[in-house]
Design a protein around this ligand. Structure first.
Ligand code: 9D3
Length: 233
């Protein structure tokens, strides 16, 4: 999987991907990460990438020309690339979208600053994503979130142990509670069933905890889960 990024702050991507599982995957040649300075696609000595909005109002708008020129260079460098724009107006990113993006050969992330992009660049991208309803200062952190979620789905990136494990959102329920040693911590005991060695009982307990938790904490997920399983009884 090849990741490419268009950003005014390409250095933001260095440290999060240098260490950790992603860094190891880059070393193994499973992932490539290339950052590109958006300013390099701006014309003139001052390489201006933003301007005041037509119609007035606060803040600045990312100019169409440098963003578009950058995207065209990315398409030239990565002909198979799926180009995604990170924007608060985008489709909400989730695990299903991560699985969809993980099928692509190359992903280009276009990250903005300021109030937003000139509307006319939208037709040059293949998708638009938001990571949630909160206001950040730019698209860089959202791009890193998407890259991380996609990278761990690329075969070989996670160890066998991790990849074999079912992702919590793949069955639409939250995870069951986890415990490790000691068996008693500040007076709180590990549930007896987990020490019983009875695998069937443990599985039943875990599934039940998953349901309890999901109903309590995520009524939205619980609603969907019960809808999907109502024919099972
Ligand atoms: C008040 C108008 N703002 C829209 C909500 C303007 C605005 C604020 C912050 C426009 C862009 C940004 C910077 N954010 C992103 O570029 C961004 C983002 C986010 O802020 N939250 C969640 N997902 C994303 S993806 C890109």
């Amino acid at each position: 999987m090849q990741f490419a990024v268009l950003s005014l702050f390409p250095d933001m991507f260095t440290s999060p991907f240098a260490q950790s599982i992603i860094g190891k995957a880059v070393e193994k040649g499973l992932l490539g990460i290339a950052t590109h300075q958006l300013r390099n696609y701006a014309a003139g000595r001052h390489q201006v990438t933003d301007d005041t909005p037509y119609g007035g109002g606060d803040g600045m708008v990312m100019k169409a020309e440098p963003v578009c020129h950058g995207i065209e260079d990315m398409r030239h460098r990565y002909p198979e690339a799926h180009v995604v724009l990170m924007t608060p107006q985008g489709q909400r990113f989730n695990q299903a979208e991560a699985e969809h993006l993980a099928q692509k050969q190359a992903l280009v992330f276009v990250c903005g600053r300021y109030e937003g992009f000139d509307e006319r660049i939208r037709s040059y991208v293949d998708a638009e994503y938001s990571i949630g309803d909160y206001v950040l200062t730019g698209g860089e952190l959202p791009a890193m979130v998407v890259m991380d979620a996609v990278a761990r789905l690329v075969p070989g990136v996670l160890g066998n142990e991790d990849s074999a494990r079912q992702d919590s959102h793949s069955d639409g329920l939250l995870e069951f509670p986890h415990y490790t040693r000691p068996a008693e911590f500040r007076g709180e005991k590990v549930p007896e069933v987990l020490l019983s060695g009875n695998h069937a009982r443990i599985q039943e307990w875990r599934r039940n905890e998953q349901c309890k938790r999901t109903e309590e904490r995520r009524p939205d997920l619980w609603q969907r889960y019960t809808q999907q399983h109502k024919s099972d009884n």
